[in-house]
Structure formats: structure tokens, C-alpha cells
Write a protein that binds this ligand. Structure first.
Ligand code: HAS
Ligand code: CU
Length: 546
């Protein structure tokens, strides 16, 4: 088959996986309504009892759909495309691309069916000894497998490319795409061992007991780096696409490679910052993870400076003068840009709240309070989700050949989401500082402090604005899809011009195998003492509190 035909076929499968991600975004987002209303003192769960049994069932659907299914399927689609574009050739295997889509779809269907049937109200962290129906765990496993299939396809494609281009530097766009998935391949081992090794056999009744603490450590082995698996595809857009979209230039090829390598090496060995308060973990190891958490903060700081520099170069090229005069000159009228600019601003706040979480002692104040959802709705909930919406505004036209519907509506959507999350997160953070627990069913709480009232009002109103914004996103999306097709592809694929290109980049950064080895070694040092000392005692039976 000619390359162009293969590529067209592959774009179709990429498109399907992208639609799957948006479908899941819609389902997960809608459950936000119930939660936001609860913060306003309106309990919709009781009247909806026949469909939704509890607050926790709704919260599980919200978390699993958005944090796991939406992000994984989007990444599979987007980073397959960036690999294909980056290497300038079709992916090595259309079959793997299809397999990734079908596996993800099967995973979504299984997990969704179990959650909707109230057979898996275990929240997105699925801590044992809470037990779900085994089909739920199988669904989650299939979602992870879909990412591995994507990664395998990337690696095969890279190998084929290398054969055709001996001695050449890996093109930057492909490099960052492959490194993102390599990081995730290593990171996902924790959850794979937890689910396949312990939880699935236990939920099937093949073994009698499980070990909650050991499972939890394995969970956070993956549960921290998963946040960078959500984030790095967005960084790819901020580094390599946004500069072009604002008519600016990216500073340096080498710096971007170095940042992604830092994420590869440092993303995993920090998971214990989710377990500062857990027993059975050496405090020296908690301290090591705290130090490494501050280390992995660094590449994001580099990103902040580099991305802002690219924005500034764009704003100045468009006539901006003075210290800050370049900001209003950015193309704020383009929804694909403004959504991502607003997402960046939210991320600056999300990053700062991350430092509070990461500080060993300050964590004691905020851990398990609503401060934490305040933090992660600024990060994954906005930096990632709103950026994805911005990306969709050029990507869907690009893939379908249909012009974006309702540009003004799309702009309003971005601002509404941004204003919504500022209120929402400020409310959650303020409530958390007043000791309000996270995952609290407020209207039915046996105790509630008056100090939580205004924070919850902000969270409720902000949350409703975010949902409304989500509805507008779907109006724009469906409006676009229902349009008549104008061309095979529409618009250009935005790729940044780089000031200092790869010729100045140290070749050692492209030695992916060696960096992966270094990462694995550091993980061993950071995790082996804890896992060995905990040992595995398969003693706990399963509980169903739902
Ligand atoms: Fe986090 C808990 C620490 C980043 C997500 N985090 C969570 C949870 C989630 C989450 C989901 O150390 C809860 C899990 C659960 O259910 O229990 N987090 C950090 C730190 C960072 C961080 C240090 N988190 C993220 C990202 C996430 C995410 C990214 C999702 C995508 N987090 C923690 C800790 C906990 C935690 C503890 C446990 C808390 C507990 O007790 O349970 C850092 O990596 C953040 C670095 C970010 C920056 C910001 C860079 C800014 C940029 C934008 C620049 C652009 C600008 C715009 C300013 C340094 C790149 C200019 C625009 C113009 C228009 C001019
Ligand atoms: Cu973390």
C-alpha cells in the first residue's frame, strides 16, 4: 500500500480513539454536576437513588472516567499522531493502532458497566481492602494495555525510522512523544503488578486475602508518575505547537530534550509523597521521595520560563512593546490558543499548591483535605483538560477536514472554564485549610464546620461553571463534526520553529536505552527498601461498603 494510503487509514483510527476520549470526557464531566450541587447544599443523589446509589458511586465514575480513561485514550490518539508526524512516516503497524483502540474501548465498556451497576464504587484509587467486581479491574488493566500497545508501535516506528536514517538525530517531536511513553512504561509497572498480581486474583476468589499496605505502595508507584503521563502530552503542545500558533519561536531543542529526560528519570521515584502519613514506610525513604519531588519540580520550572519566552517572542513579533505589552498582543482571539494560555496560568497556581503538598511537614495540614482536589483540578482538571480542549480546536479540523464551528462559543468556553476553576479551586483550598475532608458528601455529613460554608459555595458555583463550559465544548465539537467536509485535512499541523536546533544538542540525550536504565536504577534505590521491608501478607478479606 502507498504510504499516503496507510497514513490516511491510520489517521482514521487515531480519530476514533480521539472521539472515544471525548465521549468519556462527557460522561465523567456530567457527574460533576451532582458533586457541585452537593457543595451548594442540594442533594440530587437521594431523588436519583434508582440510578445512582451513592455519592461514592458518582465520584468513582467521575474520577475513573476523567483521570484514567479520558487521559489514556487522548494520549494514545495524540501521541500516535505526533510520532507519525515527527518521524514523517506512517506508524510501523496499523494493526497495533487498531488493537490499541479496541483494547481501550473494551476497557472503557467493562469499567463503565461495573461502575454504573454499582459493582465498583471504590474511587479512582481503588484502595484495597475495598473490593470491586473483577471485571472493573480487568477494564482498568485493558486501558493500561492500550497504552502499552501504543508505546510498542512508537518504538517499532522509531526503529524503522532509524534504519532509514542512520546516524541522524531523532526529530524532536518524535523524541518527546516516545520519551513520554517510555516514562509511562516504567511507571505503569507498579499498578500492573498490583492489579494482575494481587487484586485481580483476590477479586476472583483465587486467593483468600490481600495486603492493603503493599497494594497501596504499588498504587502510588504508578499513581504519582501518572500525573506526568497526563501532563507531558500537554507540554508537547506548549513547547512545540503553541510557539507556532502565537507566531513565536522555541528557544532550544536541547533544553526540551533535557526536560523530557529529567521527567523520564525523576517521575517515578517520588510516589511516597502520597504516603507521608502511612505507617510501615521508613521516614528516611519518605524524606528521599520528598527531596526527589522537589527535583522533579525543576523541569516544570524550566518549562515555565521556556514557554513564557516563546510566548514573549510571539507577542513581540506581533508588535508588543515594553515589559508586559507583548501579553495583550498574543492571539487571544484564537480559541485553540487562549484555552491553552488560560490553562498555563491555572497551572502556575497548581504547581505552587503542589509544593505545599510536597513539603513533608506542610503535607500534614492538607493531606486528605479538600485542599488536594483543589490542587488537582488546577493541574489535571485544567492545565491538562482545558489544554486538550484547546488542542481539539485545531486537531479536529485538522483530522476531519471540517471547519471549527462557533469560534466565539469556543472562546467563551475557555474563559468560563478558567473562571470556574479559579472559584472552584479557591473554594476547595480554603475549605481544606479549614480541615474539610476530601471526598465528603457535604449535604449528608454528620458534622460540618460553618467555616466550610463560603468555600463550598465557591466550589459549587465554580464547578457548575466548569460543567457549563464543558457543555459548550460539546456544542462546538458536535457542531464541527456535523459540518460538511471541506478538504481531506484542514489547517496546518502546527510545529514550532526552533532558534537553537539539534545540531547544538548533546548526542547523549538521544541514548534512550541508557536513560531508561538510569531511571530504573533510581527507582530501585527509591523503592526496594520499602517494598522489601513491607513484605507481602495476603491476609485481608475484601469489603464492600456500597
Ligand atoms: Fe500533584 C497530589 C505534589 C504536579 C495531580 N497531584 C495530587 C493528586 C493529583 C495530582 C490527581 O507532594 C491527588 C491524588 C490523590 O487522589 O490522592 N504535584 C505535586 C508537585 C507537582 C505536582 C510538587 N499534580 C501535579 C500535576 C498533576 C497533579 C502536573 C496532574 C496533571 N501532588 C503533589 C503531592 C500530592 C499531590 C505531594 C499528595 C498530596 C496528599 O497529601 O495527598 C509539581 O510537579 C508541579 C510543577 C509545576 C510547576 C508550574 C509550572 C508552570 C507552567 C506554566 C507557565 C506558564 C505561565 C502562563 C505562567 C512548577 C509550566 C503565562 C501566560 C501568559 C498569558 C503570559
Ligand atoms: Cu504525586
Amino acid at each position: 500500500m502507498a504510504e499516503a494510503t496507510v497514513e490516511r487509514k491510520q489517521r482514521t483510527w487515531i480519530r476514533w480513539q480521539l472521539y472515544l476520549s471525548f465521549l468519556v470526557l462527557g460522561i465523567g464531566g456530567l457527574f460533576g454536576v451532582l458533586q457541585a450541587l452537593d457543595r451548594l447544599g442540594i442533594d440530587l443523589y437521594t431523588p436519583l437513588q434508582s440510578a445512582i446509589k451513592s455519592y461514592y458511586q458518582g465520584l468513582t465514575i467521575h474520577g475513573v472516567a476523567l483521570a484514567i480513561a479520558f487521559t489514556f485514550t487522548f494520549n494514545n490518539a495524540f501521541l500516535s499522531l505526533t510520532t507519525l508526524r515527527g518521524l514523517g512516516r506512517p506508524l510501523a503497524s496499523t494493526a497495533l493502532l487498531q488493537a490499541s483502540f479496541w483494547t481501550a474501548l473494551a476497557g472503557v465498556v467493562l469499567a463503565a458497566a461495573m461502575m454504573l451497576a454499582n459493582q465498583a464504587s471504590v474511587l479512582f484509587t481503588f484502595y484495597t481492602p475495598l473490593q470491586a467486581n473483577s471485571l472493573f479491574y480487568l477494564g482498568a488493566t485493558l486501558l493500561v494495555v492500550s497504552t502499552w500497545l501504543t508505546s510498542a508501535n512508537q518504538l517499532l516506528t522509531l526503529r524503522a525510522w532509524r534504519r532509514e536514517h542512520p546516524g541522524e538525530r531523532i526529530p524532536l517531536l518524535a523524541f518527546v512523544s516516545v520519551v513520554t511513553y517510555l516514562m509511562w512504561d516504567l511507571a505503569s509497572l507498579g499498578i500492573a503488578v498490583e492489579v494482575v498480581g494481587f487484586v485481580l486474583p483476590w477479586s476472583l476468589g483465587l486467593v483468600k486475602g490481600t495486603d492493603p499496605l503493599f497494594n497501596r505502595t504499588l498504587f502510588w508507584f504508578t499513581g504519582h508518575p501518572i500525573v506526568y503521563f497526563w501532563l507531558l502530552p500537554i507540554y508537547i503542545s506548549w513547547y512545540l505547537m503553541i510557539p507556532r500558533q502565537v507566531e513565536g519561536r522555541l528557544f532550544s531543542d536541547g533544553l526540551v530534550r533535557a526536560v523530557f529526560i529529567m521527567f523520564l528519570v525523576l517521575s517515578v521515584p517520588v510516589g511516597l509523597h502520597h504516603q507521608y502519613t502511612d505507617p510501615g514506610v521508613y521516614s528516611s525513604m519518605k524524606f528521599l521521595h520528598a527531596v526527589l519531588t522537589f527535583a522533579v519540580f525543576f523541569p516544570s520550572m524550566v518549562t515555565a520560563f521556556t514557554v513564557v519566552a516563546a510566548l514573549e517572542s510571539g507577542g513581540r513579533a506581533r508588535g508588543g512593546r515594553g515589559l508586559l505589552g507583548w501579553i495583550p498582543r498574543l492571539p487571544w482571539g484564537k480559541p485553540e490558543v487562549s484555552a491553552q494560555l488560560l490553562a498555563m496560568i491555572a497551572f502556575a497556581l497548581g504547581g505552587a499548591s503542589g509544593l505545599i503538598n510536597a513539603s513533608y511537614t506542610m503535607n500534614l495540614v492538607v493531606h486528605n483535605t479538600s485542599f488536594v482536589p483543589g490542587h488537582f483540578h488546577l493541574t489535571v482538571g485544567t492545565a491538562v483538560a482545558l489544554s486538550i480542549m484547546g488542542i481539539a480546536y485545531w486537531l479536529v479540523p485538522y483530522l476531519t477536514g471540517k471547519e471549527l464551528f462557533g469560534r466565539g462559543l469556543a472562546l467563551a468556553q475557555s474563559w468560563l472554564f478558567f473562571i470556574g476553576v479559579l472559584l472552584f479551586a479557591r473554594g476547595q483550598i480554603a475549605g481544606g485549610l479549614e480541615g474539610q475532608p476530601r471526598r465528603l458528601f457535604v449535604t449528608q455529613a454528620a458534622y460540618a464546620s460553618p467555616a466550610w460554608r463560603i468555600p463550598n459555595l465557591m466550589t459549587g458555583v465554580g464547578g457548575l461553571l466548569m460543567v457549563l463550559s464543558g457543555v459548550l465544548f460539546f456544542v462546538v465539537l458536535l457542531g464541527t463534526l456535523l459540518r460538511r467536509r471541506r478538504a481531506e485535512q484542514l489547517g496546518e499541523f502546527p510545529l514550532a520553529e526552533v532558534i537553537y536546533g539539534p545540531e547544538r544538542t548533546p548526542a547523549v540525550l538521544d541514548r534512550l536505552g541508557a536513560w531508561l536504565g538510569a531511571a530504573a536504577l533510581l527507582v530501585l534505590v527509591a523503592y526496594a527498601p520499602t517494598l522489601v521491608s513491607q513484605g507481602v501478607r495476603l491476609l485481608s478479606p475484601g469489603f464492600r461498603l456500597y
